[in-house]
Design a protein around this ligand. Structure first.
Ligand SMILES: *Cc1c(COP(=O)(O)O)cnc(C)c1O
Length: 458
């Protein structure tokens, strides 16, 4: 082992970490063998810098949350200012200007018809709240037989028990299945699942016919359909046509079932519009937001809903029909300040136009990979681009899971100072919006080497 002092700084932190911490989404034993654990000391725009000074370009926005760079000065100043003024107050019976301004701004920028904001602490909680509000709406309006939710194959909505219930990733769900609600599962509109020659719109139309059949059978017992608009992210960056969303909105109206749009990953400009729902010109009954809401700086989420839903919870105290989801830090002023600073950047800078230009650059640089003998399904929606490593390209046959080709890619990228963490063998790019075209070039160069290394035998 090197005796270089900076190396020792990393090693010492790693050792203390592994003696005290249990990390999420990790087989902890692998940290003792092949899996690096990187102590990050600071962040700077699209870069993370470890305790020894090694730099990593954050190609996945630290789990899709960072929009305007790490340690963004404007967001940092807003947080510091708010923390020195009012860091927290309970949100029942008390209110404050940062939360009021944030709710007003979210309602102003969200799809038309969303009229109320409910604040929570993280993405999974936002999904819990949307599920509970939808169920409770039907309860309050005398439709108590409505107790089920319709979700999509390959969906991911978080990992608390309710959110996990409407998720369809065996990795996260299988063990806990005995504890979960049973959703009604509809096929994913993923355009890569299409028949040969079928366009994304044709796949969408076929999936909508299947959804109609499901609603015909189940609408009487269903509270809502929940969807990740345009991109099912954790489920493998599966993309669908906006026509699926608009068709789904029509079906939900026709069968009088709520539509919950989980834009926790795709909201705030990621897909090319501020919200993905805009591309289908729809308004959901519930819009779940988190991740980018505070620019990736603090845990916070919000559920926006309509006047119709809100008013079904108004009544005499004795009726006991108020919405109950009591979270200690609901509407936390510091998180609100971070979110307001983030939304101010959207107002004052041409973020969406810049994102579209950066997305076009990313597309150009990825295009040559279309010819790669072990790359299939190259796809992109805004600043989300993905591809699958495959053993056999014509049949899209995957590699045996045990070979962990994606992990090889991850390790190569880290070694080269790049944070790109595949979902299994699906490699994706989801950079912060402040990434420069030159940094995109660097990212793709490293990725191409990493792909070649990952698919090399054995
Ligand atoms: C990340 C994510 C969640 C869960 O958010 P957490 O803050 O991690 O609980 C829910 N839905 C989608 C679409 C997500 O990407």
């Amino acid at each position: 082992m090197s005796r270089h002092p900076s190396h020792d700084v990393n090693a010492a932190l790693r050792e203390r970490d592994l003696a005290a911490i249990w990390h999420p989404c990790t087989q902890m034993r692998e940290h003792a063998t092949r899996l690096p654990l990187i102590p990050v000391a600071r962040g700077e725009a699209a870069w993370l810098i470890d305790a020894s000074g090694k730099r990593y370009l954050d190609g996945i926005s630290s789990w899709w949350s960072n929009l305007f760079g790490h340690a963004n000065p404007r967001i940092a100043a807003a947080i510091a200012g708010q923390a020195a003024t009012l860091n927290h107050v309970m949100f029942a019976g008390f209110t404050h200007e940062p939360a009021i301004a944030l709710a007003e701004e979210l309602i102003r920028i969200a799809p038309p018809g969303l009229a109320r904001a409910f604040f929570a602490g993280d993405g999974a909680s936002a999904v819990e709240i949307a599920l509970k509000m939808s169920f409770h709406y039907w309860h309050n309006t005398g439709r108590r037989e409505r107790t089920r939710f319709i979700s999509l194959a390959h969906a991911y909505h978080g990992e608390t028990l309710g959110a996990l219930s409407v998720s369809d990733l065996p990795l996260y769900r299988a063990v806990y299945a005995p504890l979960l609600l049973e959703p009604i599962l509809a096929p994913s509109p993923d355009w890569l699942d299409g028949e040969p020659g079928e366009t994304p719109d044709e796949v969408a139309a076929r999936r909508l016919r299947e959804m109609r059949a499901i609603l015909e059978r189940h609408a009487h017992e269903a509270c809502a359909v929940i969807i990740e608009p345009l991109v099912q992210c954790s489920g493998g960056m599966r993309m669908h046509a906006p026509s699926y969303l608009s068709g789904l909105r029509q079906l939900c109206d026709e069968f009088d079932v709520h539509l919950i749009a989980d834009e926790i990953a795709v909201g705030f400009g990621r897909t090319g519009t501020l919200f993905a729902c805009e591309q289908a010109a729809i308004t959901p009954d519930f819009l779940c937001l988190s991740k980018g809401l505070t620019g990736g700086a603090l845990a916070m989420s919000a559920v926006l809903t309509t006047k119709r839903v809100y008013e079904a919870f108004l009544g005499d105290y004795a009726q006991n029909n108020a919405f109950l989801h009591s979270h200690t830090f609901s509407g936390n002023p510091i998180a609100c300040a971070a979110a307001l600073a983030t939304l101010a950047i959207f107002r004052e800078q041409p973020v969406l136009a810049d994102n579209r230009a950066l997305a076009a650059h990313l597309a150009t640089r990825l295009e040559p990979l279309r010819e790669h003998p072990h790359v299939a399904g190259l796809r992109q929606t805004g600043l989300i681009a993905a591809l699958d490593l495959v053993d056999d390209k014509p049949s899209r046959r995957p590699y045996p899971g045990a070979e962990r080709r994606g992990l090889r890619f991850y390790l190569h990228a880290l070694e080269r100072g790049m944070l790109l963490r595949p979902l299994g063998d699906t490699i994706y790019f989801m950079p912060p919006y402040v990434t420069t075209p030159e940094e995109i070039d660097l990212m793709i160069d490293v990725a191409i080497q990493g792909i070649d290394k990952a698919v090399a035998q054995p």
